[in-house]
Ligand binder design. Structure first.
Ligand code: CA
Length: 453
């Protein structure tokens, strides 16, 4: 068929007519493409935000009108998962579209200069930039020390970032050093860190209104130290802040108050970013995606009744809020129970941008565009989490949690709180998930360690 109808057979008047018709059909599309620039992407990651921390996810403690509105005017996920239960693995998955284990990142990265996502791995901006995107990141990097594994070395054109979670006012990290870097060079500036992230984000939007951009805003809030905008600075340079003093200057009973102010500051930041998109006329040309990198610590935040907290492979550690908003493209008022993960973000951005995946690169995630734009169901698949000896596998509503030498099986459809272990009753499902886990571990392990880290 292909040979018969191919170009070499399009001879004579009939062939010319066919070519003319083809040109007529193609022309509006080509003109449309030329007239319409590629869409922008604003990716906002809120640090340690729990499943129950936003109004639109049931919080009665925090006022989050901007995120609630973004959800009401877009798509809200009820079954979205971070790849890790702590910061770095999820961030690695978000920007590479692959399981963090492939990059040797399974735990939170410390202050060592030797650990980070290897520079030879492909991150979103390295694919978007050649397609004409201006790429900026402002906030918490935490994918390796920025002087060695920083965002500019991974394709971002500009960055102003921390390695870790510095004091919100003094910008001193737990290692006793100022931690605020512009383009991988130490460059401190005064201000509450949540506001600095917003300020850089707004400036970036205004400066790049004439061309497509990818703006990644990994907010420092709501990770400790617990400091609202009006709380005092705490950490000073030259000593470590690794004991209980790492949580900030406040007595423990005041943590929830500061935490609320931080959630609300992150929400206000989202409001300002959206306002900047409105002001520049880019709202209809911009996909906004918001999610968290892991669950909340339950002594300050809420995981919405899920079991466990940050650091756990129960749902409270990795089921997180996620909101997609794109005025005119994503229908308002939708809620989806489709199961998605941070590895899905990269392939989704490529699809939205109309940019081909690089040769030889394969994502562990799926493109969510059909779900976002048309409400299409996602393909069935098995998802995996691992933090050293703690592991979890999810297929459909079944979830196997393996920890401390014990395997528990939960049916999340009727038991989202993982209260009833049915491993004994359903050994065949335990066996099947265990087999898939073993195969996944064999798959990710060999390339997970790099000598060039
Ligand atoms: Ca985190």
């Amino acid at each position: 068929m292909r040979g018969k109808q191919g170009g070499s057979d399009l001879r004579g008047s009939a062939g010319r007519l066919l070519l003319s018709l083809a040109a007529l059909v193609a022309a509006p599309g080509l003109r449309g493409q030329a007239a319409e620039p590629r869409p922008n992407v604003v990716l906002i990651l809120i640090d340690d935000l729990g499943y129950g921390d936003l109004g639109c996810y049931g919080s009665t403690k925090h006022r989050t009108p901007h995120l609630d509105r973004l959800a009401a005017e877009g798509l809200r996920f009820t079954d979205f998962h971070s790849n890790g239960a702590v910061c770095s693995p999820t961030r690695a998955a978000l920007l590479t579209g692959q399981y963090p284990q492939r990059h040797g990142i399974e735990a939170a990265i410390g202050f060592t200069l030797e650990e980070g996502v290897p520079l030879d791995r492909t991150m979103c901006p390295e694919v978007l930039a050649p397609a004409g995107y201006r790429c900026g990141v402002f906030g918490k990097w935490h994918l390796g020390h920025v002087t060695r594994f920083g965002p500019n070395a991974q394709g971002f054109h500009e960055s102003h970032c921390s390695n870790n979670n510095p004091d919100y006012h003094s910008h001193v990290s737990r290692d006793g050093k100022v931690d605020w870097w512009k383009d991988q060079q130490l460059s401190d500036e005064p201000g509450y860190l949540v506001d600095l992230v917003t300020r850089h984000g707004v400036r970036f939007i205004r400066e790049n209104r004439q061309r497509p951009f990818f703006l990644y805003l990994p907010q420092l809030a709501v990770h400790f130290p617990y400091q609202g905008p009006r709380d005092p600075p705490h950490r000073t340079s030259g000593r470590k802040w690794d004991g209980d003093d790492r949580y900030g200057p406040l007595p423990k009973p005041e943590f929830p108050r500061a935490y609320r102010e931080m959630v609300e500051a992150a929400d206000a930041s989202v409001g300002q970013i959206v306002a900047a998109l409105e002001e520049t006329g880019l709202r209809e040309r911009t996909l906004i995606f918001v999610c968290s990198d892991n669950g909340a610590y339950s002594w300050v935040g809420s995981n919405g009744g899920l079991r466990g907290q940050k650091g756990d492979l129960y749902e409270g550690g990795h089921r997180v809020p996620a909101i997609a908003n794109w005025r005119g493209r994503i229908a308002p008022g939708r809620v989806t129970a489709e199961t998605a993960m941070t590895t899905d973000v990269f392939p989704t951005l490529l699809a939205v941008a109309g940019v081909a995946a690089p040769a030889g690169w394969r994502s562990d995630g799926v493109d969510l565009r059909g779900l976002l734009l048309r409400g299409e169901a996602l393909p069935g698949r098995t998802l995996f989490w691992r933090d050293a000896d703690e592991k979890a596998v999810r297929r459909g509503s079944w979830k196997l949690v393996s920890r401390a030498g014990r395997r528990e099986l939960f049916d999340l459809a009727g038991d989202p709180g993982e209260a009833r272990d049915v491993a004994t009753a359903r050994p065949e499902i335990v066996e099947q998930l265990q087999r898939e886990l073993a195969a996944w571990e064999r798959d990710v392990a060999p390339s997970g360690r790099s000598s060039a880290r």
